[in-house]
Design a protein around this ligand. Structure first.
Ligand SMILES: [Zn+2]
Length: 238
């Protein structure tokens, strides 16, 4: 404590000078490295990660029968630990572009939130299931190829899933040889029996095939009293 025994004749107010100077990108990067729990200097996805000037990405076109205009979904990725053995791609941001401005505010909100989740890091694959589970109360629509889309939002989920599969964040469940063979046999059998060769055009499923509850594709045929999906092989009788 300082005792003032002279008369105060002059004073000035100190401006706060202890505020830390803004951090450089490099300092922030170091902070992120420090924060990594495993003690390694591998950079993980983190919300404090600076956006690099340039990101790599993909744009997907969504054309639905419920809208006159196509939607373009761009997902940009950040490459972490480039050039090291820990190099991996993580989604960083998503943009949606459309001529249709009906749902503009919702689209903007959705893309901002999805981008924020991407940047938080951790497991972001749950987004796919959340979006795919959205049903349009007016009913969904059929994609060319016979896949049922419960809503445009769900289709966005499928797009993100496809993207995450491409960059290796989601593993596509592989069908074993036995199952692929079984589907092909059933298919051939069905064609032979129903003489419906024309029904299979360019990889599509026969007319009258029903919706598979497992893979949402109209590819379920009934043969010998047994329903079998020609797309994913789901069958009630083994
Ligand atoms: Zn199926």
């Amino acid at each position: 404590m300082i005792k003032i025994d002279k008369k105060i004749t002059k004073f000035r107010v100190d401006k706060p000078t202890d505020a830390a100077p803004p951090k450089t990108a490099e300092e922030r990067k170091l902070e992120v490295i420090e924060r990594n729990k495993d003690g390694s200097n591998v950079i993980q996805m983190h919300e404090k990660l600076e956006r690099p000037e340039c990101l790599v990405g993909s744009t997907y076109k969504i054309k639905t029968p419920v809208s006159d205009h196509a939607m373009y979904v761009t997902i940009n990725d950040i490459v972490l630990n480039e050039g090291t053995e820990h190099e991996h791609r993580r989604p960083f941001e998503v943009f949606i572009n459309s001529k249709n401005l009906d749902h503009f505010q919702w689209i903007v909100a959705l893309t901002r939130i999805i981008s924020a989740v991407f940047r938080k890091g951790g497991d972001v694959t749950f987004l796919v299931d959340e979006l795919k589970a959205v049903f349009d109360p007016r009913g969904g629509y059929w994609q060319p190829g016979g896949k049922f889309m419960p809503s445009i939002i769900a289709e966005l989920g499928y797009v993100i899933e496809k993207h995450l599969e491409t960059i290796g964040l989601i593993k596509r469940p592989e069908m074993d040889e036995h199952r692929i063979k079984m589907i092909q046999e059933k298919r051939d059998d069905y064609v032979a029996r129903n003489k419906q060769q024309d029904a299979f055009s360019r990889g599509h499923y026969p007319d009258g095939a029903q919706l598979c509850s497992k893979c949402s594709t109209a590819a379920v045929i009934l043969m010998d009293g047994c329903r079998t999906c020609l797309n994913c092989g789901d069958s009630k009788c083994g």
